[in-house]
Design a protein around this ligand. Structure first.
Ligand SMILES: Nc1ncnc2c1ncn2[C@@H]1O[C@H](COP(=O)(O)OP(=O)(O)OP(=O)(O)O)[C@@H](O)[C@H]1O
Ligand SMILES: [Mg+2]
Length: 235
């Protein structure tokens, strides 16, 4: 089967010399929902930022066979929707509508299509009616939901979300999990929320100190208490 994401022996060092990733191998196939778990500082966000070329390491990541390099970035960012861990990094417009419409406008959709996409994405995250609010005057959980909507409005083939449920209240969290279950695209989710992992992801990758230390069936990984304890994921 064709790989949706292909990563071979990827290492990445931040400009200050801190090594974020060490020899990472990862293949993701169509239809997969993959959780990336691991303690703080494990390299989860660093890995995710390689999927659309925000960071680039020593080896070339491929998205649907396309190398993540300068000339392909536009095409890759159309396919890969990435929600940052911190919603402040995603929201920059004066109102919610403009933030959620930004991607679809950039892709050249008609005004009618843009409005439809914004309404649908805001509806999905339960934020219909917030169009004219300032993103910077929202609660943290509301910001997170808008940040997710800015990516959903693009209908990406690959949805990459860093900590989707942090700051969501339980009702929002579970309705968001239900939504993710219904969305057909490949999903890669970095999280500390093991309930989310069990509910959504068939496969789990465990990272620690920049390396992938386990990769397998979610139930097997989450039932392996020795593994979880060794990597700060259970006490
Ligand atoms: N901009 C940066 N410059 C230098 N080092 C960084 C930078 N961003 C992250 N790091 C370091 O890289 C390592 C991996 O960080 P990363 O943010 O990927 O961890 P994480 O697994 O996402 O953690 P968390 O669970 O806290 O979100 C950490 O040691 C971190 O201190
Ligand atoms: Mg992180």
């Amino acid at each position: 089967m064709d790989k949706v994401i292909e990563i071979k022996n990827l290492s990445f060092t931040y400009p200050d010399g801190r090594q974020g990733l060490k020899n990472v191998d990862l293949n993701v196939y169509p239809g997969e929902n993959v959780a990336v778990i691991g303690p703080n500082g494990a390299g989860k966000s660093t890995l995710l930022l390689h999927f659309n070329g925000i960071l680039r390491g020593n080896s070339t990541v491929k998205i649907c066979r396309l190398p993540v390099e300068e000339k392909n970035l536009k095409e890759i960012r159309k396919r890969v929707g990435l929600v940052f861990q911190d919603p402040e990094d995603q929201l920059f417009s004066l109102n919610v509508f403009d933030d959620v419409a930004f991607g679809p406008i950039n892709m050249g959709y008609s005004e009618f299509e843009v409005k439809e996409r914004v309404a649908r994405a805001l509806g999905w995250v339960g934020m219909g009616g917030y169009e004219q609010r300032s993103p910077h005057h929202l609660s943290v959980g509301e910001k997170k939901r808008i940040a997710i909507a800015t990516v959903l409005s693009l209908d990406p083939e690959i949805l990459v979300i860093d900590e989707p449920t942090s700051n969501l209240d339980p009702r929002s969290k579970w309705s968001f999990i239900e939504l993710l279950k219904q969305l057909p695209m490949v999903k890669i989710i970095a999280t500390h929320d093991l309930e989310l992992v069990r509910a959504l992801c068939g496969r789990t990758v465990v990272m620690d100190e920049g390396k992938i230390v386990a990769d397998g069936n979610t139930e097997d990984i989450l039932d392996d208490i020795t593994l979880l304890k060794a990597h700060g994921l259970a006490h």
